[in-house]
Design a protein around this ligand. Structure first.
Ligand SMILES: [Zn+2]
Length: 412
């Protein structure tokens, strides 16, 4: 080590000596170049030294794949301002109090965590699970640094199920500014109204004024809190979520009808209905001639599916057309009336939701704000969810998710 000089990257530290211990760890003895510290009682600076306190050993960035530890004897200072002249240990800006790792090492660990699990990183970096976990905890700020935003423009509120069937959700709050830059502002630990509303209230007034739409799905707590904070006028229920809702009963009917046809039709006739899921989901104008023939055949065998598919396409068409809010309202009402008259009870649940959220759904037609960015996020989230989150405790889980999403922001 003697003829190799590597900067620590910490200005306020001076290297005294370097040694390698029997495990191959590099131990660098350092001392602080600072000559004063703040009194822990009155907060005023003091430069009156008063011996040393404990010796701290703090892990820093590895050198040539060897773990590095900084060893420092903490200088004690005495306060001349307070009557009882209390002693204070010097404070450092490169390590948080009681942390076993430097801030630089924490940042390094968090970079390793992008697309890796806590366990992976602990193994790769030869540190304990707790070291990685606490680096993560320290790095993910509980509060949003609002100073980094000058405007928000479009807010997105979206939920992610952490584990299927566990009713564990986190809420992603994102924004897309005027330039189109996407950023994940926060990951909230649950979708309770109180949580969401408290967060929205924490947005500084200066930034709240810059929000001209809030895109959300049809979750009561999201819609209600957004309406209460920003006003019903700007809250837009995402059309992507609306379409998901009316495609659901269609998908269900398709599945049961295909089952029925499989048992009913001769094998070669049923084989002609291959790939029906995609054909039913695709935009009609995107179908090839062969696919159109296949669809016609399905229609012939299942008039009910035809009726429902047509109704869903009509609805998509309403959302695709450039029209004002009032025209769209008339068309939606007409659509509802037609369905109710035809007795397609499969859409009952959807119509109930549509009626409940009509105002905010119709806001879409004002500026045609669709949160395509939330959809983009959804794809990213799907990828993240495919990775094994099982090894995490839930509280670190959403923090990690936050980091991953920030990674998304950086690499998108
Ligand atoms: Zn003092």
């Amino acid at each position: 080590m003697s003829n190799l000089s590597i900067p620590l990257g910490i200005d306020s530290l001076k290297i005294i000596s370097q040694t390698v211990d029997i495990s191959g760890n590099i131990i660098i003895d350092v001392e602080s170049t600072k000559t004063e510290t703040a009194c822990h009682k009155c907060g005023q600076l003091t430069n009156k030294r008063h011996g040393h306190g404990e010796v701290l050993t703090i892990q820093h960035l590895p050198i040539l794949d060897q773990p590095v530890f900084l060893r420092i004897r903490v200088v004690r200072y005495q306060c001349p301002h307070c009557d009882d002249h209390p002693l204070s240990s010097e404070r450092y800006d490169w390590v948080e109090r009681r942390s076993k790792t430097t801030k630089g090492f924490d940042r390094y660990i968090n970079r390793q965590l992008i697309h890796s699990t806590v366990e992976d990183v602990a193994k790769k970096e030869k540190v304990s699970y707790e070291i990685v976990e606490s680096a993560l905890q320290r790095s993910v700020k509980k509060d949003v640094n609002w100073t980094q935003y000058t405007e928000l423009t479009t807010l997105g509120i979206d939920e992610i199920a952490l584990r299927k069937g566990h009713n564990e959700y986190v809420v992603i709050v994102s924004s897309k500014n005027k330039k189109g830059d996407l950023s994940v502002i926060a990951v909230l630990p649950n979708r309770l109204k109180e949580t969401v509303k408290t967060f929205l209230e924490s947005i500084p007034e200066r930034l709240r004024k810059t929000v001209n739409s809030v895109c959300t799905d049809m979750c009561d707590s999201f819609v209600q809190s957004a309406c209460e904070i920003f006003g019903e006028r700007v809250v837009v229920v995402d059309r992507y979520h609306v379409s998901k809702l009316y495609r659901e009963p269609l998908d269900q009917l398709r599945i049961s009808e295909m089952k029925r046809l499989k048992s009913m039709l001769p094998q070669e006739e049923y084989a002609k209905l291959d790939n029906m899921m995609w054909i039913v989901r695709k935009k009609h104008e995107c179908l090839s001639d062969v696919e159109k023939d296949q669809l016609a055949l399905l229609y012939k065998h299942s008039p009910k599916l035809k009726e429902m598919h047509r109704a869903a396409l009509k609805l998509t068409h309403i959302f695709n057309m450039h029209q004002n809010r009032k025209t769209a309202l008339t068309k939606l009402n007409r659509w509802i009336a037609t369905i109710q008259k035809s007795g397609l009870s499969e859409f009952d649940g959807f119509i109930k939701t549509l009626t409940k959220y009509k105002t905010t759904i119709l806001n879409y037609f004002k500026e045609r704000k669709n949160s395509g960015f939330v959809e983009g996020l959804n794809n990213k989230i799907k990828v993240l969810k495919r990775r094994c989150y099982g090894v995490f405790k839930t509280d670190t889980l959403f923090q990690r998710l936050f980091l991953d999403l920030q990674g998304y922001q950086a690499f998108a």
